[in-house]
Structure formats: structure tokens, C-alpha cells
Design a protein around this ligand. Structure first.
Ligand code: SF4
Length: 380
């Protein structure tokens, strides 16, 4: 059996103005190292369980936060700990998230030599003014250099780009995409800005200092971007993700197919043995519990069969391929079209969903209102 493992590195060079992820602006190597020690303990505990159950790790994803805020030596130790403590499969997809302002040639070569074969680079935009507004620490030139350097070392390079940003027009987004595409990424994630309460950007919008594009404009951006990227040879395989053939993110496919995965690190979540688990979000407690040999899980929620079916729809409909009727039947012993008959009838009538003999998936008309369609499958 195979599974996916996520490792959370909760440190960044600085806090971006829009970010509400569990990450701290922390560049103190001593604090990094004590966290990494705890993370290695957690990997050791789970690694033993996986080996005992004969389960191998087929995708490993180091995210955050900014894993590349760690020093080259710490990254090297972390990768060695992953190889030593986790039962990685041959051909494991091993991704590391990177921020252009923290990525050096030395770190890139440490990552490549340590087994990493996929980089997810947070570029977000190539407009200097907007990068500054977002609180990004890198310039457009640094982002481009980082992408080019990664292309020399990794078989798969992904870039994160943001849309619906303050002051951004469709033309500006297309210009960023064109400049990024010229550098030859294999995968692109295109996320709309989510204005989260408590962030600096939220306060700026509240105070009327900046304004966001309205819904129609945002929709126009996504449609234009989609058309452009498809013309460039990218497959639109998930609502926010595009890939060249053979470069889908296998790790994220595990989430979208609602399959089991482990999340290790501060505040990380898992879906394991029919339960949703969450680690503590308190750094001191995380380190204390692991020092005492205990897993730092603070929340364990059993997932009912009905809930699992709904989650499978909610996540699977994000994929352009949709949800396979056969996979659903094999997993739950039930016919998807019978379980969700009322929702399917309603959404098909509205032209938002299509159901053939093999799959249920969003139509082109359903795509812009995907969240509303998906919400139909959740009972509260
Ligand atoms: S680099 Fe990423 S995780 Fe860190 S503050 Fe910025 S958006 Fe958040």
C-alpha cells in the first residue's frame, strides 16, 4: 500500500500581507533546529507505524511556511531525516515549496542532491508594486532567476501565481503568465486572492486604501488565463491547477481523490484510518509532546460513511476529470448516481454538471460557480 505525507515548516522570512497560514516570521537557526528535532521525532513515530503496516510513502511534500528559509545545512539534515525515517518508495514524488527570496544556488543543489524532484515556487506576480503590496520579499527579477535556476536541477517545476489582486487587470495577469511561461514551468497553480480577516491586506481594504477587482472582473481574469494557458499546452486538470502532460501534482491528487494522507508538523492535518486528525498549533506544546515521545495530535474526528462520500464529491469535482462512478462504487459499494440523485438532477438541469456512464464532472458553465455546485453535495 502507498500513501502521501505532508511536512509543515512553519517559518518564513516575513509575513506576507494576505497570509493567514500557520507560519511565523522566524529566521533564528536555533529555533529552526529545535523544531526540526521535534519534526524528526514525529517522522520517527509515524515511520515505524507505516513500516509495521507495510505502507510506503509515494509522495512527500514539504510545505509551509517556507521550507527554504532553513539554512542549506538544516535542509540537508531534514532531507536525510526524511530518507532515514520514512519508508519512501522508489520514484517517490518529492516536492518542496520555495520562496524566491530564500532560495540560493547552494540550497537548490542540496535539495536536488537530497532527492527532491519537484519544486513549487511562490512567484505570485511579476509586478513590483503588487509584490510590495503583498509583502513579498522578492523582486520580479529574483523570481525569474529562481525559476530558471530550478529548471536546471529539477525534473518538475511549478509556479504559484495569484489572480484578482488589487490593481490587477486581465492584461496584467496575462503579461505575468506570458513572462512566466517563457521560462518553461511544467506546472502552474493559479489562485484567486482570498481576503482573510486579521491580515494586513484585509485592514488596508477595510480602510479603503486598496480595492479588489469585482466578481465579473475576477471571472474575466480566470477565463482569459485559462484560455491562454491551454493555448500554451497546459492541461487544466483542477480548478486552480494547470500542468504539462505528465506533470500533474501526484501529491495533491491524493487530497482531491479524498484518499488517506498524513500531515506532520505544527498544526498539520491528516486523514487516516477513517479519521481526520489535527496536530496542536502551539509550537511549545508541539515540541514538548514529541520530546516526551507522544504524537502531538489534539483533534481526532471520525468521518462517517456519508461524510466520506460527500467529501469525495466535494474534492473530486475540483478535478476536471471529475469523480469516477466505478471508483465510487468500489469504495462505498453504492451507486453514486443513486446516492446523490436529487443533486445530480438539479445541477444537470441547470447545465452545471454532466454525468455520463463513467464520470460526474463540472461543465464549462459549472466551473466559474464551482463552489456553489460543490456546496450542493454537503449536508449540514
Ligand atoms: S511566504 Fe507563504 S506562508 Fe510565508 S507568509 Fe508568505 S504566503 Fe504565508
Amino acid at each position: 500500500m502507498k500513501t502521501a505525507v505532508y511536512l509543515h515548516i512553519p517559518f518564513c522570512a516575513a509575513k506576507c500581507s494576505y497570509c493567514d497560514f500557520l507560519s511565523f516570521p522566524e529566521e533564528d537557526p536555533a529555533r529552526h533546529r529545535s523544531y526540526l528535532q521535534a519534526l524528526a521525532r514525529e517522522m520517527g513515530l509515524w515511520g515505524c507505524k507505516l513500516r509495521a503496516a507495510g505502507i510506503e510513502v509515494s509522495t512527500l511534500y514539504l510545505g509551509g511556511g517556507t521550507p527554504t528559509v532553513l539554512s542549506a545545512a538544516d535542509l540537508e539534515d531534514l532531507l536525510a531525516a526524511c530518507r532515514r525515517l520514512l519508508p519512501l518508495t522508489r520514484g517517490v514524488e518529492w516536492t518542496v515549496e520555495a520562496n524566491p527570496c530564500t532560495l540560493t544556488r547552494e540550497k537548490i543543489s542540496v535539495l536536488a542532491a537530497g532527492g527532491v524532484n519537484r519544486i513549487s515556487l511562490g512567484i505570485q506576480d511579476l509586478n513590483e508594486e503588487r509584490l510590495a503590496l503583498l509583502g513579498r520579499r522578492h523582486t520580479a527579477a529574483q523570481a525569474k532567476q529562481a525559476l530558471l535556476a530550478c529548471k536546471d536541477y529539477f525534473p518538475s517545476v511549478s509556479a504559484d501565481i495569484m489572480a484578482a489582486l488589487p490593481g490587477q487587470t486581465t492584461e496584467a495577469l496575462l503579461a505575468t503568465l506570458a513572462a512566466v511561461c517563457e521560462l518553461g514551468p511544467d506546472h502552474l497553480s493559479l489562485y484567486g486572492l482570498q481576503l482573510e480577516e486579521g491580515t494586513a491586506l484585509h485592514a488596508m481594504v477595510d480602510a479603503g486604501k486598496v480595492s479588489l477587482p469585482d466578481e465579473d472582473m475576477a471571472l474575466d481574469m480566470f477565463c482569459a488565463a485559462r484560455e491562454y494557458l491551454q493555448r500554451q499546452g497546459f492541461v487544466h486538470y483542477e480548478i486552480a491547477n494547470y500542468a504539462r502532460p505528465g506533470h500533474y501534482c501526484r501529491h495533491n491528487l491524493t487530497y482531491w481523490r479524498n484518499l488517506p494522507y498524513l500531515g506532520l508538523g505544527l498544526g498539520a492535518h491528516s486523514f487516516w484510518e477513517g479519521k481526520r486528525l489535527a496536530n496542536t498549533r502551539q509550537l511549545e506544546r508541539y515540541q514538548r509532546e514529541l520530546a516526551a515521545g507522544k504524537l502531538p495530535v489534539t483533534e481526532t474526528i471520525p468521518v462517517s460513511r456519508r461524510q466520506e462520500m460527500e467529501d469525495t464529491m466535494m474534492l473530486g469535482l475540483r478535478l476536471r476529470e471529475g469523480v469516477s462512478l466505478q471508483d465510487f462504487r468500489q469504495r462505498f459499494g453504492l451507486d453514486l448516481t443513486a446516492v446523490f440523485a436529487p443533486q445530480l438532477a438539479r445541477l444537470q438541469n441547470m447545465g452545471l454538471l454532466v454525468c455520463d456512464e463513467e464520470k460526474v464532472r463540472l461543465t464549462a458553465e459549472g466551473l466559474p460557480v464551482a463552489n456553489t455546485v460543490i456546496a450542493e453535495f454537503i449536508s449540514f
